[in-house]
Unconditional design. Structure first.
Length: 255
């Protein structure tokens, strides 16, 4: 499939979902890349606190550092071996706090997380054939126990006052994004930006899809600002997941 046809197909699929909310995305010659828009928003919103939920091996943290972000980062990674790699990689950065736990909508001392061969597809949910067919290395090879927390309770226990921050929350939790959002609702009014992975089809059992996650975001004053396809079926070009960038229309930027 030619890239132009792929872009048109992607635009059509996303617009079909956005039309339910009264929005349409139009591309023009002045379009900017997702990363360019993302970097611009971080500066415009004066982001000084980032919650990286589903940090994996730290690619998002590395991206922020590469783009001269020097403010506070709190990263959450449930897989112990991956967390240990994160610690080795970022232990010299005083602005980075690393937490070895999963994030969701309830607090549990132990929850089982499935470990995928490629690590990045690891999830507390069972994986679907649609995911395995598009990425064979996402197959599960084991599991481990980890702690599950909510951001609401984490903020209280660590005395994080979000109304005094300009906060970005990045969520990439392999089908568990909806639950993470539910566990953030107490502080969502004081969050400036949310960067979240959205699935267009079921890739994990019992996961919520893009339109369901967008509804809870729109109901809480977040509107989609930009999106970028991140996972697709390479055989037929079908878009499976996108990264969505959402802006809180009610949050004032603190100077």
């Amino acid at each position: 499939m030619k890239i132009s046809k792929f872009i048109d197909s992607t635009k059509s699929q996303i617009n079909e979902l956005l039309s339910k909310f009264g929005y349409e995305i139009k591309l023009n010659n002045k379009k900017k890349s997702f990363n360019l828009v993302f970097n611009s928003l971080i500066k415009e919103k004066k982001i000084n606190l980032v919650l990286d939920i589903g940090a994996n091996e730290g690619s998002f943290i590395s991206y922020l550092l590469k783009n001269n972000y020097k403010e506070k980062i709190i990263a959450f990674e449930p897989l112990l071996k991956v967390y240990q790699k994160l610690s080795e990689k970022f232990h010299k950065y005083p602005n980075i706090i690393l937490e070895n736990c999963a994030v969701g909508n309830i607090n549990l001392e132990n929850i089982e997380i499935n470990i995928s061969k490629n690590l990045v597809s690891s999830s507390v949910l069972n994986i679907c054939p649609s995911h395995l067919n598009s990425e064979p290395d996402s197959t599960y090879t084991g599991s481990q126990k980890t702690k599950l927390i909510t951001i609401n309770d984490y903020a209280k226990k660590n005395n994080i006052i979000f109304k005094k921050q300009n906060t970005l929350i990045k969520i990439d939790t392999q089908g568990f994004e909806y639950e993470v959002l539910l566990g953030c609702m107490d502080i969502s009014n004081n969050v400036s930006l949310i960067n979240i992975e959205l699935s267009l089809i079921k890739l994990y059992e019992n996961q919520k899809l893009m339109h369901e996650i967008m509804k809870i975001l729109y109901d809480n004053n977040f509107v989609m600002y930009h999106f970028s396809p991140v996972f697709r079926n390479l055989d037929n070009g079908q878009v499976l997941q996108v990264d969505g960038l959402f802006v809180n229309t009610k949050k004032q930027t603190l100077i």
